[in-house]
Design a protein around this ligand. Structure first.
Ligand code: AMP
Length: 303
């Protein structure tokens, strides 16, 4: 199965206890696709501004990512600025400038419309929906979002969520979206609205994945080197979705066993992401070193 990814491709300004970086490559679709490229060759649908350097596009293609669906606009590139406090548990947004994404009208080629897998990485849910509606043969649809869109475009976000198979959100976002304090209750309430699978990301505390009558909990890989958590959630989703794509057949339901293995793969990939600024951490994830971390994860919680 072949995967299309829509989502932000951006410039990030990041401040963590380990330093400050300005105008580095960011965006949910960038982190997601580099993570997924460990197993598959995803294609990105996005828009960049006149200020986006060619070298970043070349860098993305270097992973086997198809960048032909990244349009160039005369506007500015999406720009996110944020910081983390001492524990690096929560990203605090300083500013979000949509730039070219504010007027982006995604137009898929006939070939793209026939792809079997769509992942809607974090971006305006109106844009996510416009891409989803063009798909003619999607067998597996995933979605990620964040507090920014839950607060500003909740109705539009619900409209997309109702049509997805697998939803990725962090614990605070799941509570916020469902308006429920109990995390499991909140995830199940969202599941009732459409997605078969709700994957709750909990940062260094791992992941809880909920499907019908099944709950799976994966710890995070216990890395000691946490430099920049930006993109860890996207990298997790990229790892998880690429594992599903690489190991499932079109039209076949995702088994609980496959879901468990995909979540473990995503957790291992995400642990590379936090080990460096921007995408430099996730860029080091290879099939072989991810497999090693999956084995560590397997032994961490078996008893
Ligand atoms: P994560 O840390 O996995 O939640 O993802 C961080 C990435 O999301 C950064 O590289 C940002 O460029 C991007 N980002 C931040 N805010 C938004 C937003 N409102 N919409 C889309 N992407 C965003």
């Amino acid at each position: 199965m072949r995967m299309l990814v829509v989502g932000s491709v951006a410039f990030d300004d990041i401040q963590t206890p380990f330093g400050v970086k300005k105008n580095v490559l960011g965006g949910a679709a960038s982190h997601f696709s580099i993570a997924a490229a460990t197993l598959i060759e995803p294609k990105i649908i996005a828009v960049i501004g006149h200020d986006f350097p060619e070298k970043y596009l070349k860098y993305l293609s270097g992973f086997g990512i198809d960048t032909a669906g990244i349009e160039r606009s005369s506007d500015k590139t999406f720009h996110w600025s944020g910081f983390y406090e001492h524990d690096m548990a929560v990203a605090h947004t300083r500013s979000t400038e949509l730039g070219a994404f504010a007027t982006f009208e995604p137009k898929l080629s006939e070939e793209d419309k026939l792809r079997q897998v769509l992942f809607m990485a974090n971006i305006d849910p109106v844009i996510q929906y416009k891409v989803l509606k063009q798909m003619k043969n999607a067998q597996l649809v995933g979605l990620d979002s964040m507090n920014f869109w839950i607060e500003s475009k909740k109705k539009d976000l619900w409209k997309v969520i109702k049509e997805v198979d697998i939803l990725f959100l962090n614990d605070a976002e799941v509570r916020m979206l469902a308006g429920e304090a109990s995390l499991i209750k909140a995830a199940k309430a969202i599941q009732k609205q459409g997605p078969d699978i709700v994957v709750v990301k909990k940062g260094e505390h791992g992941v809880t994945a909920i499907s019908h009558n099944h709950i799976f909990v994966s710890p995070a890989f216990p890395t000691e080197k946490v430099i920049d958590p930006t993109g860890a959630g996207d990298s997790f989703a990229g790892g998880c979705m690429s594992y599903l794509v690489a190991n499932s057949q079109p039209g076949k339901k995702i088994s609980d066993d496959l879901l468990r293995r995909a979540v473990a793969w995503g957790s291992a990939v995400a642990s590379f992401s936090v080990e460096g600024f921007s995408t430099s951490g996730v860029a080091k994830a290879t099939k072989a070193n991810v497999e090693k971390r999956v084995e560590v994860l397997r032994n961490l919680s078996a008893f």
